[in-house]
Write a protein that binds this ligand. Sequence first.
Ligand SMILES: [Zn+2]
Length: 331
Amino acid sequence: MWREMAQHFLLSKAAKTLSLASVFRMSDGEAEATFKAIRWPDTQGQPVCPHCGGLDAYEARRGTLLRFRCSACRKDFSLTSGTLFASRKLPIRGYLAAIAIFCNEVKGKSMLALSRDLCITYKAAFVLAHKLREAMAEEMRGRVVGGDGKVAEVDGAYFGGYVKPANRKENRIDRRLSQNQSGKRKSVVVIRERNGNSVPAVFRSEGAALSFIRSRVAKGTVLNADDASHWNELHSRFEMKRINHEEAYSLDGACTNMAEEYFSRLRRAEIGHHHHIAGDYLLRYAQEASWREDNRRLSNGEQVNRLGGLALRCKPSVDFGGYWQRHIPAA
Ligand SMILES: [Zn+2]
């Protein structure tokens, strides 16, 4: 239901012009009104009680901090209660600015830039950026792509666990050998529907992705893949088009160019953040690249609005429940 309403708001002029510059020009009241419109699109920005769903809440400010009290259950809530930004530390305008900056950043250094732009610590920026990736991931939870008459591409690539090559040629090792890998190197597999959405996941190897692919691609889809033998098993379920990249990049309509574009975006992120893209964080970076590819035709304002809406519909962070639960890399 919210999707239709959110879509309606996305098409509005306000959404299209929600840029970083416009965020900084807003008064506090305008920033609050914008945040309310993004959080509660179904009610045109009128607060909905996160405790009981009540629609009759009134403002009960604590100092300058905007809070609401529900007339039905008498409980208080804030603009960010029950969302990914719960227990917030930034002013409301800061969150809007963070989302705008994050949507503008195509690659690299976003967390350092974010910490400078918002005058917050690197750690705080790291967590904030990561929460925005978590929100992006929400959009592809349980997603199934393709269907009758639809075409999709599947491909995989290795990321993370960088092993520094030895300087002298005679000391160089064959890094394809498993004993020479750091153990952090994982395969990202992406399924990408042409003129549609994508869904990525992380595996030990491409061959381990078969049941994921079967569950996330609808029957009737024509699936394009390269000639790697582990994809042969997919022929029993899908009409397959195979492309041997040693012969051509596109032949008889068979190609994986859309998947390749996805991987070149993820590779740029790896170059920008190669210390962080391994291990636990790899899936989040893969989901971020997916979201950016899927939404690349939206205006910046629409992207900001969409990501803000996702973040405010997410429950408090799974990955960072308000604590430093994992090692957070130093800047
Ligand atoms: Zn209530």
